[in-house]
Design a protein around this ligand. Structure first.
Ligand SMILES: [Zn+2]
Ligand SMILES: [Zn+2]
Length: 166
């Protein structure tokens, strides 16, 4: 994903890219296309790129084990300085550009942020009911008999206790 910076005069420009994940060699869990919206802010001495990355992923739910599709999102900024004599800045997002450079390649950054956006916790929905621990029924699809048997005695006791307290 290359931005030809000489095409843009000093000022703010909104750019949008759509790329297939295959083209960027992004493998599972990524599917379909990624959408990258960037705001490019160019001045005499620097270019600031603020990006918003959205990619579709196919994940397996931690609770119920079903496959589901979801969109993951990542926001990041990249700063390109035209002056290599600038003080040492220990920031991975700050890069130096030779004045003769006419383009920037953001492919590696996009791949890194895509990989960082894969969620640690993967749930098909926030209120996924998961699987019954006794019989393995997917409780999102139907209920099973063990559920009531397991829960009732405890709930009864708690309800009686609550009655007493009231
Ligand atoms: Zn689930
Ligand atoms: Zn069950």
């Amino acid at each position: 994903m290359i931005i030809k910076i000489t095409n843009y005069p000093v000022g703010i420009h909104d750019l949008s890219f759509t790329k297939s994940v295959n083209e960027l060699h992004l493998e599972e869990p990524f599917i379909d296309n990624l959408i990258l919206d960037c705001r490019l802010d160019k001045s005499q001495h620097q270019i600031v790129l603020k990006c918003n990355l959205t990619i579709s992923v196919k994940l397996i739910c931690d609770r119920c084990g079903e496959e589901f599709n979801s969109d993951v999102n990542s926001k990041f900024s990249l700063i390109y300085l035209f002056d290599s004599s600038a003080p040492n800045i220990d920031e991975t997002n700050v890069k130096f550009l030779a004045l003769t450079e006419d383009r920037i390649d953001i492919t590696d950054d996009v791949i890194d942020y895509a990989n960082l956006s894969i969620p640690m916790k993967r749930l098909c929905s926030e209120d996924c009911k998961g699987l019954c621990l006794s019989c393995g029924t997917n409780l999102n699809l139907k209920s099973c008999n063990c559920e009531t048997e397991n829960n009732n005695p405890m709930w009864d006791k708690l309800l009686k206790l609550k009655d007493k307290l009231n």
